[in-house]
Ligand binder design. Sequence first.
Ligand code: NAI
Ligand code: ISE
Length: 339
Amino acid sequence: MTLKIGVIGTGAIGQEHIERLSHKLIGSRVVAVNDINEQVAKEAVKRISIEAKFYADPHKLIKATEVDAVVVTSWGPTHEEFVLASIAAGKPVFCEKPLAVTAQGCKNIVDAEIAHGKRLVQVGFMRPFDSTYRQLKQALDNGEIGQPLLVNCKHFNPEVDDSYKTDMAIVDTFIHELDVLRWLLNDDYKSARVIYPRKTSKASSHLADPQIVILETVKGIVINTEIFVNCRYGYDIQCEVIGEDGIAYLPEPNQVTFRKAANLQRGILMDWKKRFIDAYDVELQAFINNVTSGEFTQGASAWDGYAAAVAADACVKAQQTGNIEPIEMPVTPAFYAQK
Ligand code: NAI
Ligand code: ISE
């Protein structure tokens, strides 16, 4: 069976996903697209060489009989509306992160999915599908460094545009750590604090950059994450876990090392597209397989999206107050207990 997909939002990641759904993965075809910018959508269809109908109205795309499943890759604040409409239409939906920009928005989706009675939603948290994170998780689960005590992460982007604001460091960027670290450590968060170091001259007037987020987990692990979205030198994702018996590092992505011109050199990737290229393939193939098998057994659920957003809300509050803010995560409903 070939899954016929409608894509809402044909910008950067929308086009990446259309390409992989059309030419790389098994069992899917993009038949419909929507974007508030009609020209962007039509040019994407042409460039990727697919036959997909342009829908001016995203809600008509969601309801169209030719569309079996929806992929939402528009801007974050639009996600809740399109995911809720997909659930109302009884259609499976893959939504890029964040599931919604507030915890309440995610809760509305969780409630709608539970009321529907069957899982339909997968969130685009791709890091648990990344082979380097998987290696790190396996080492921790095997007890190779004993109990984790302390975690140090870096989430660096070379640059961001002017529309990127201080809270987006949490809801758009750090949200990836909020998702992947729960999975990596088998733990939940208890509190958050945000510290602002000296500001880079490369950031816009309305953006505090860099930022440091300090989380404490229920088991007492302290997680220190540096977020720096105008670092200029590359797209750099690091994670170091310090345990009772040693330290485990997230493997660096494969890059050739050079001994050349009196230098020892190794390239650093410049964007998320290349850094997580395989992980995006695997997560979207998982979505296709979830839908075609009729059971969502892989990938981030709406509850995972909600859990990350509950923590993100507390981090945004901590940005504003400068205080240590509590994170109160509700108990996982039975509906989401088994993945
Ligand atoms: P983008 O700005 O390149 O593309 C977004 C597209 O959505 C634009 O073409 C815009 O016209 C369209 N759009 C906005 N509002 C719309 C609406 N109401 N209806 C239809 N189309 C609308 O942004 P980008 O980088 O592609 O990000 C899109 C989403 O994907 C964001 O939520 C972002 O956080 C997420 N993302 C996830 C990544 C990951 O690593 N998982 C990487 C990059 C983005
Ligand atoms: C972007 O939307 C992503 O999801 C990237 O993975 C992240 O590194 C970046 O900070 C976000 O803006």
